[in-house]
Design a protein around this ligand. Sequence first.
Ligand SMILES: Cc1ncc(COP(=O)(O)O)c(C=O)c1O
Length: 447
Amino acid sequence: MRYESITEAIGNTPLVRIDPAVHGLHHIDLYAKLELLNPFGSVKDRAAWNMARPGLTAAAEHGSQVVELSSGNTAKALAVIAGMHGLGFKSVTNRMRIPEIKDLLLLLGADIEELPGQSECLDPTNTEDPLTLFHRELSEPGSSYLHTDQYFNPRNTEAHATGTGPEIVKDLDGRAPDWFVACVGTAGSSTGVARVLREHDPRVQVVGLVAAKSDFIPGIRTLDEVHEVGLFDPATYDTVASVTSDEAIEGMLTLARRCGILAGPTGGAAYYGTVRHLRSLDDELASDQGAGGPVRRSAVFIVCDRIESYLSYTKRRRPDLFRQPARRNDPADLTDAEIAAAPGVETPDAQKWIERDRPLVVDLRSPFAYAALHIEGAINIVDELFDELVRGGLPFSTRQPVLLVCPVGEQSARYAALLTRMGHPDVRSLTGGVIAWRDAGAPLVRD
Ligand SMILES: Cc1ncc(COP(=O)(O)O)c(C=O)c1O
């Protein structure tokens, strides 16, 4: 295979059958579409190239910088494509949570601008999300950027409607599979592929997978966030289901250890979610006799990217896999009842409590948000750091009362429940978080 440019190697990825001895389905052939074999490492290579390509010549003439709101695979692909065309690339994001990808972007020469999202409550008196403001700025006429706009750009979806989808049909000898399963980030890949498959066979069942509520699987949305995505149309999916990060890692391990597919967490989530969805349907097929015995069906799931970028993500959640002691004091292990019973305090009582007993006020939001506005006297320990601290044991003396503060009171309730379980006698969560504090007219200070 000879190419004039690496971009010609984007697409035409293999469709690989998963050994039935591994997935255990008797009447369904399960195939993985290996998007991890794209040249820059992910399904986003297709979208990045399709979105950037029409603007590259003009951008080179004007010396524009390519810019995208991405902290992951789209940014990686765009950084490479921009570099190949003599352009700079800037990734705008609210928090780079995967250190390997951040390092790789820096290595590729990218600029990284980390802006807090609205959920971070940069300034809780301002209802405008800084990311939304930045997005608006980019779309204004005269902007000096080449903004690929993956959350709204139809060329994102089109890359999959002209590439990924038709390739699947071709490799299944001109048929659409009975089920198609994909994780949902921008929704570009699932929407584009689903459109093509349904054109071939309207009976195809499409399953969209997202991360469970308050969980984090890098590259995809949670159940709560998915409706905010511009390209997301609920009509695309027959089912939207969630997968936890633990399940994604389980799926990733099965693919890597038993199938030789070095998938990242969303590939693992797709495998796990597919097999879970199909198990009972497979049992029903046993009794669904065609002329020559039970009818055989097929399913395809997408493996979006590779395992190597997620070693620290995996180690943090499953230290046992790295021969390290099992994780301790993990908020993920709390029961719903424990979280519901977390000691909370409403703003007026919190104000009196601060006045009277001087609890240590710990603000779990990002440093940007804390610097913009916070409760006077609060210290800032960003949630990720706090998470590390509690793994080592109680980070405060049991004689020191503690008030935990976060944007809306969800995270602080989890940590209040956890510290209570760990033996702290007087830790409370600010009910409703900084937003409720602001709405009650209580004072906030700026650094
Ligand atoms: C690792 C990973 N998996 C899955 C997806 C989902 O792809 P899409 O944006 O097409 O929905 C993404 C998107 O960024 C991703 O980075």
